[in-house]
Ligand binder design. Structure first.
Ligand SMILES: C[S@@+](CC[C@H](N)C(=O)[O-])C[C@H]1O[C@@H](n2cnc3c(N)ncnc32)[C@H](O)[C@@H]1O
Length: 200
């Protein structure tokens, strides 16, 4: 390895893959949403990437998640770049204006909290539709799905079906999952707004 070169990312699971994509797409000054802040790992990366000129809006329905995220951001002196919203992501269109460069979903439950409080299909699909209305040209929606648990399987299938139904003339939709693991392993979906693209 060359001196001063950052170490290569280790792609164990979908989260490092989603972070790799976010690092490529999110620029200083970007406006982005973390739709499920949970422990705040995605929120922290987004706060680093948007810089002082950008902003992150982070949603969660559990105060515990918002508290954990606030602590993580405070530890890195990045809390001022983030608005923590104690609200369901299905309300994002009522609370925010376009344009947003990215909306990030990491579905499922808060690690270490009761599993009954997890994302659910109906509100996730409402929030995904809202995300498309808020995106900037070439903006991204990035979704990590967990089909390997009860409820998550049905949610992942519904999200994938919804994403696959988007017009290829308007959106570029990608599915990324590790092949050499069980078929119900987590996977990422990426949707890029291509409505202003000249690739039609
Ligand atoms: C897998 S965790 C997110 C992990 C997080 N991104 C991280 O980096 O630690 C999923 C989170 O979604 C939250 N959640 C569930 N339903 C929600 C909703 N309708 N709106 C916003 N957050 C929701 C849960 O409370 C939980 O904290």
């Amino acid at each position: 390895m060359l001196a001063n070169q950052p170490p290569s990312p280790v792609l164990r699971g979908p989260v490092p893959l989603s972070h790799l994509l976010l690092r490529r797409f999110i620029q200083p000054g970007s406006r982005v949403i973390d739709a499920t802040c949970g422990n705040g790992k995605d929120t922290l990366l987004l706060a680093e990437l948007v810089g002082d000129a950008g902003h992150v809006w982070a949603f969660d329905i559990q105060q515990e998640a918002l508290d954990r995220t606030a602590q993580r951001l405070t530890d890195q002196s990045l809390l001022q770049r983030v608005s923590l919203l104690h609200a369901g992501h299905e309300c994002m269109q009522e609370l925010l204006e376009p344009p947003l460069q990215a909306v990030v979903f990491n579905l499922g439950w808060l690690p270490g909290a009761p599993r009954e409080v997890a994302t659910c299909t109906a509100t996730t699909l409402t929030a995904l539709e809202a995300s498309l209305q808020l995106l900037a040209p070439a903006g991204l929606v990035l979704i990590t799905c967990y089909p390997g648990h009860a409820g998550g399987d049905q949610e992942a299938a519904a999200v994938q079906e919804w994403a696959a139904s988007l017009s290829p003339r308007s959106y570029f939709v990608w599915r990324m999952g590790q092949l050499n693991v069980t078929s119900d392993a987590p996977f990422c979906l990426l949707i890029q707004d291509g409505r202003s693209s000249d690739v039609r």
